[in-house]
Design a protein around this ligand. Structure first.
Ligand code: FE
Ligand code: FE
Length: 162
């Protein structure tokens, strides 16, 4: 890796791996969610995540690179940790709170990575790419906020009562 362009390409491939890992993990999170509010939020984000993958494919096409080629180790770690945690809780009251916590770590990782990639694209004058990345960034932020909202209303209140 020698220049900013290489760094951006690496970041896109890393995100492509991360998003695909999330798509694979989401059905499990959906099936474990206790409240319909959380399940619906995950289902909505699953549809968004499919779009995120497609946008990264568009970005890769613009950059004339293959989006495959990296494994996002950070996402692998976050998902492994979430699975370990979920194995320890089975259907009890704190499950939703734990799911929300794990999902927000994933969203925060994506927000950081998309923010970086967007800025690199802006600095390179690649406005179309910056715009695609910005669209996904907004959806990640909205998801994070929605999860906070759910946590502060339902899941955590239930856990406190328990
Ligand atoms: Fe995403
Ligand atoms: Fe996301």
């Amino acid at each position: 890796m020698k220049n900013m362009q290489d760094l951006m390409e690496h970041t896109i491939q890393d995100l492509y791996s991360a998003e695909n890992q999330i798509l694979e993990a989401l059905p499990q999170l959906i099936s474990k969610a206790q409240s319909s509010q959380l399940r619906q939020a995950f289902e909505q984000h699953q549809r968004q995540t499919e779009k995120h993958v497609q946008r990264l494919e568009q970005v890769a096409k613009q950059l004339d690179i293959d989006p495959d080629g990296e494994t996002c180790m950070a996402m692998q770690g976050l998902i492994e940790e979430a699975q370990d945690l979920l194995d320890q809780l089975d259907g009890d009251e704190i499950t939703d709170a734990a799911l929300i916590g794990a999902a927000q770590k994933v969203e925060h990782y994506e927000i950081a990575s998309y923010g970086t990639a967007r800025t690199l694209a802006q600095q390179a004058g690649q406005d179309k790419i910056a715009d695609l990345l910005q669209q996904t960034l907004e959806e990640e932020k909205q998801t994070d906020e929605k999860l906070t909202e759910i946590a502060t209303t339902k899941a955590n209140q239930k856990a406190v009562k328990a």
